[in-house]
Design a protein around this ligand. Structure first.
Ligand SMILES: [Zn+2]
Length: 161
């Protein structure tokens, strides 16, 4: 088997690794190690994701990072049934979703969602957790959010059949 065209872990099966030293993303990956979801914040306080050289709202170049609440909802998704990556083959079928943060409309993350692929619907409440892939590298992983919100009674019945 030929080597994959990207960095991988030395665990078996090899897991693809992003460039953790990329200056645009390094603080984000450090936050994941600490189980903190971080987004960029410009000098005028606008939050944005993914990181860009300038704020997409005001073009401010001074940027910092801010921890945000990891509660969100399922905006869109796809279900992966087949993958050439050995690390992901045991997970199929799995869900890759776009999750919008509840407290920050418009901030959307792309990531794996630990959800039943047969019971997906737009608006499903999700919350970020972190999968510690190696000692140096962690990934956001979105799971069902079962915390009650706004003091509303929560229907604890499973959705769907
Ligand atoms: Zn701005």
């Amino acid at each position: 088997m030929s080597d994959p065209p990207f960095p991988v872990t030395d665990r078996d099966p090899p897991f693809p690794v992003p460039d953790l030293a990329d200056p645009d993303f390094a603080p984000f990956w450090q936050g994941c190690r600490q189980e903190r979801l971080l987004v960029r914040r410009c000098g005028r306080g606008h939050l944005s994701w993914p990181p860009r050289p300038a704020c997409p709202r005001c073009q401010d170049l001074s940027q910092d990072w801010q921890q945000v609440d990891g509660a969100g909802w399922l905006y869109s998704w796809t279900v992966v049934h087949r993958t050439p990556l050995p690390a992901f083959q045991p997970l199929t079928p799995y869900v890759v979703g776009v999750v919008e943060l509840t407290a920050h409309p418009g901030l959307r993350f792309l990531g794996r969602c630990q959800c039943d692929p047969r019971q997906l619907r737009i608006g499903t409440p999700l919350r970020v957790t972190f999968e510690h892939v190696t000692a140096e590298f962690s990934l956001p992983l979105w799971q069902y959010d079962n915390e009650p919100q706004d003091n509303e009674p929560r229907d604890n019945e499973p959705r769907g059949a």
